[in-house]
Design a binder for this molecule. Structure first.
Ligand SMILES: [Zn+2]
Length: 415
């Protein structure tokens, strides 16, 4: 990924995360995420975070980097105590890497179906982000399986498209936003498309839509989070916050022993590969979301210097405060990426009265016509205030900026 882009989304198939270094497996031929990680190594990345959000455990990716601490592999997947494909003990929370890579594999197994936004966000906030932030990756790869989303005919989970985009939004805070999403599974075409669109909005700089988290995370999800933390906390100080024992089997939560199937139950194998009639799948109606490029407005009053301390000393609250900020934004070429707005709008008396008593407003307004001596006298009656004949206008423009911003905000979102 060059300088011109910080993130990307590879809408590719076949998927890759089940493919091991020496075997194709579970619809996957080559491990696309592992390929991307190897490419990133070649570009000089030493620490790569792979977050696997597919509903199935990416055992191929896990195996490829199991003893490699350059890669932190983090997977959230349906497990049901190994009843769900790929039925492997190694998909459980207690498999955390080996050799030099011990502590660099993190699995949060979901032991119930129906896990939704509350479950995934609980994992994000309590396990993934603390760990990932401490790992401090140079590059983030997301194995973006959409079969963890609601109404997927295979996954059985309830993650919403907007919930998914919240995960991506948070992960973007890592590695200075350098992120590659790679499509893995996802078998409800419409839901996958909607989720991809929501994630792309976030990659392009928009914030995710708000969620209504009406449900709590499931007890089994919380137990899994604590189980994962309990086996990783010896390696990662970010988990010292939790007062849990480092031996999970003795903790107060019900922790399951993994069961490993040696052969895939025939019934499930058939279900995993049977025809899916897209017309018969449930759909969701999402709020319309046309993409407008994210914009940042900068308000600046070029005449704010007219409100300044008239005495000789350099008062701490002086025009240089805003001038130095604008100069820095300009010299670092950030200002040109923003929409610069001259702040010319004075808050009206009626608007000021929404937050202030009228006598205060009038008192400040009278300073517009005061003589030098009168201003000094008025200053002496106030606490830590200096005054000029322009103070009222500059202050009313400062108050007006937020009002101006609000109007533009509502215009932007079309309300
Ligand atoms: Zn999958």
């Amino acid at each position: 990924m060059g300088d011109e882009a910080t993130n990307g989304f590879a809408v590719v198939r076949p998927p890759g995360h089940h493919a091991d270094s020496d075997s194709a497996n579970g619809f996957c031929i080559f491990n696309n995420a592992a390929q991307a990680a190897e490419a990133a190594f070649n570009f000089g990345a030493d620490r790569i975070l792979i977050v696997d959000l597919d509903v199935h455990h990416g055992q191929g990716t896990q195996r490829i980097f199991y003893d490699d601490k350059r890669v932190l592999y983090f997977s959230i997947h349906r497990f049901e105590n190994a009843k769900f494909w790929p039925h492997l003990a190694e998909s459980n929370f207690d498999h955390i890497g080996e050799g030099a890579g011990v502590g660099y594999t993190a699995n949060v197994p979901l032991n119930e179906t129906g896990c939704g936004d509350a479950d995934y966000l609980a994992i994000l906030w309590n396990v993934l982000m603390p760990l990932a932030t401490q790992f401090d990756p140079h590059f983030v790869i997301v194995s973006a399986g959409f079969d963890s989303c609601q109404h997927d005919p295979v996954g059985g989970m309830s993650l919403s498209s907007d919930g998914y985009s919240h995960l991506i939004y948070q992960l973007k805070s890592l590695a200075q936003g350098k992120m590659l999403m790679i499509l893995e599974g996802g078998y409800n075409h419409e839901v996958s498309a909607q989720t991809a669109q929501r994630c792309l909005r976030v990659l392009l700089g928009s914030s995710p839509f708000s969620l209504s988290l009406s449900q709590k995370a499931k007890e089994s999800t919380i137990a899994s989070c604590l189980s994962t933390i309990s086996v990783l906390r010896n390696f990662w100080p970010c988990f010292d916050f939790y007062k849990i024992k480092s031996t999970p089997r003795t903790s107060q939560w019900d922790i399951y022993n993994p069961r490993c199937f040696t052969s895939i139950p025939l019934e499930e194998e058939r279900k995993n590969t049977e025809n899916i009639d897209q017309e018969k799948l449930e759909k969701v109606q999402l709020k319309e979301a046309t993409h407008k490029p994210a914009q940042t407005l900068i308000y600046y009053d070029a005449e704010n210097y007219l409100h300044a301390d008239s005495s000789e000393c350099d008062h701490p609250e002086r025009p240089a405060r805003t001038e130095s900020i604008i100069a820095k934004l300009r010299s670092s070429q950030i200002l040109e990426k923003c929409v610069e707005k001259q702040n010319e709008r004075l808050a009206t008396a009626a608007e000021l009265e929404l937050a202030h008593e009228r006598p205060l407003i009038e008192r400040v307004r009278r300073t517009k016509n005061m003589s030098y001596e009168e201003l000094r006298q008025e200053e002496s009656r106030l606490d830590s205030i200096f005054l000029t004949n322009d103070t009222f206008d500059v202050a009313a423009r400062a108050a007006g900026a937020s009002l101006q911003a609000r109007i533009i905000f509502f215009e932007l979102i079309g309300r």
